[in-house]
Design a protein. Structure first.
Ligand SMILES: Nc1ncnc2c1ncn2[C@@H]1O[C@H](COP(=O)(O)OP(=O)(O)OP(=O)(O)O)[C@@H](O)[C@H]1O
Ligand SMILES: C[C@@](O)(CCO)CC(=O)[O-]
Ligand SMILES: [Mg+2]
Length: 397
């Protein structure tokens, strides 16, 4: 057995083009190395069983393999089969899983499990993340990527490429989102910055180092699936009005792509594009009063432009820091007055990574066993052991 081992994938920021990306328009996104999801796969404590241990969402469940074998094995691995979906939902119901966060994570796990390793058993999947969950930073995509990567490693029949990891992660995103564009799983798989068009050309971008961002987490919960559905309803009700808005978002992303692809960014135009994109997202009703508050304050204090990121409706914004002089005051108001969380970050960093079984020493395993047992750990404690980078403790590859 090739366990234990660990996989990891980053969260992301969408700089331009969320929602319009679903309609084949251009979008630009970048990974965030410091906000990563980690999946530690070990042998299960129970015989013939599969255990999920997802403490971030307070979800723990063990299935006997005989229950999972009642679900048929998917033959087409590119779309969600409705018959298999029905079977999985029956298992979810019979397992008394009622919380939507738990249902989404379980549906994604079981679908990928049935596609990739339907006969494997005696496994425990422990997942923790340093990213806010359901907040626009691509947590669902990172979960899909770590699961896809881990299951392909367990399957051990073909060489694992990023394209295959991404293909199954996209299927995982379909389980959670319904109608994803594919940008979140792509950037989480490959890392770096990507200019993406569904059914079009994908290009990897090199970002300059002067892209300091402040992420603000409003703590307002929302679901990407529902926000995407709401935009779909608007689109179908008022196509003549919504189509030009989506086209304008496409033009914004194309313009931003051309600016970001040159060495000397024109930051004035970039700021205008961020403001325009935010205004168009507001017109699609995917903003939120918490987001508007952050935008107004960043304008008042002349920090730089603010835009929602991901599906909106609450969740997170990013502010491009153009003037640092009022930054401490900006953060103080956001944290102390509004009760939001702020994260200063840089864009980019590696995509999915693995520490295979043969690269984990007994000291590593002892440390991982202890880390994955603790609940509610601070981000820094997790980073100390798991974060890939120049001073990494594990041998990520
Ligand atoms: N750490 C985690 N543990 C378990 N499940 C998670 C975790 N992170 C994300 N998920 C799953 O992903 C779902 C959230 O996905 P959703 O797409 O709504 O938000 P997001 O991916 O954070 O934001 P966006 O898609 O806008 O970038 C949760 O309902 C849960 O099922
Ligand atoms: C809202 C959306 O555009 C971005 C979510 O991060 C959905 C998607 O592209 O899959
Ligand atoms: Mg998501």
């Amino acid at each position: 057995m090739s366990v234990p081992f660990i996989t990891s994938a980053p969260g992301k920021v969408i700089l331009f083009g969320e929602h319009s990306a679903v309609y084949d328009k251009r979008a630009i996104a970048a990974s965030i190395n410091s906000l990563r999801t980690y999946l530690y796969v070990t042998e299960s404590h129970h015989n013939s069983s599969i255990t999920l241990d997802f403490p971030d969402i307070q979800f723990h469940h063990t299935w006997d393999h005989s229950i999972l074998s009642t679900i048929p094995t998917p033959t087409d691995h590119s779309t969600i089969d409705s018959i298999i979906s029905t079977h999985i939902h029956k298992v979810i119901k019979a397992s008394n899983i009622h919380n939507p966060l738990h249902q989404n994570a379980t549906f994604c796990f079981l679908y990928l499990y049935k596609c990739i390793i339907p006969t494997k058993t005696n496994l425990q999947f422990k997942l923790i993340s340093t990213s806010p969950i359901g907040a626009g930073l691509g947590s669902s995509a990172a979960v899909s990527v770590v699961l896809s990567h881990a299951m392909l490693y367990l399957n051990n029949t073909a060489p694992i490429t990023k394209d295959i990891i991404n293909k199954y992660a996209f299927l995982g995103e379909k389980c959670i989102h319904g109608d994803p564009s594919g940008i979140d799983n792509l950037v989480s798989t490959h890392g770096g910055a990507i200019s993406y068009q569904k059914n079009g050309e994908t290009r990897f971008l090199t970002l300059s180092n002067d892209n300091d961002l402040l992420l603000t987490y409003t703590r307002v919960p929302r679901s990407t699936k529902i926000l995407v559905q709401n935009v779909r309803i608007l689109y179908e009700t008022l196509p003549d009005i919504i189509k030009p808005i989506l086209d304008a978002m496409d033009r914004i992303a194309v313009k931003a792509d051309s600016i970001l692809s040159t060495h000397n960014h024109n930051s004035t135009i970039l700021a205008q594009l961020i403001n325009l994109n935010q205004a168009l997202l507001e017109s699609l009703s995917v903003s939120h009063e918490s987001i508007e508050k952050i935008k107004l304050l960043s304008n008042q204090l002349k920090i730089g432009p603010t835009k929602l990121t991901g599906a909106g409706g609450g969740g997170c914004t990013f502010t491009l820091i153009q003037d640092k002089s009022q930054l401490p005051q900006f953060k103080t108001v956001l944290n102390d007055q509004y009760g939001f969380e702020t994260i200063e970050t840089q864009l980019g960093g590696p995509g999915c990574l693995i520490v295979p079984h043969d690269k984990l020493t007994s000291e590593h395993i002892e440390k991982l066993n202890s880390l994955f047992q603790k609940i509610g750990l601070l981000r820094e404690k997790i980073d100390d052991v798991l974060l890939p980078g120049p001073n990494q403790y594990l041998s990520w590859e």
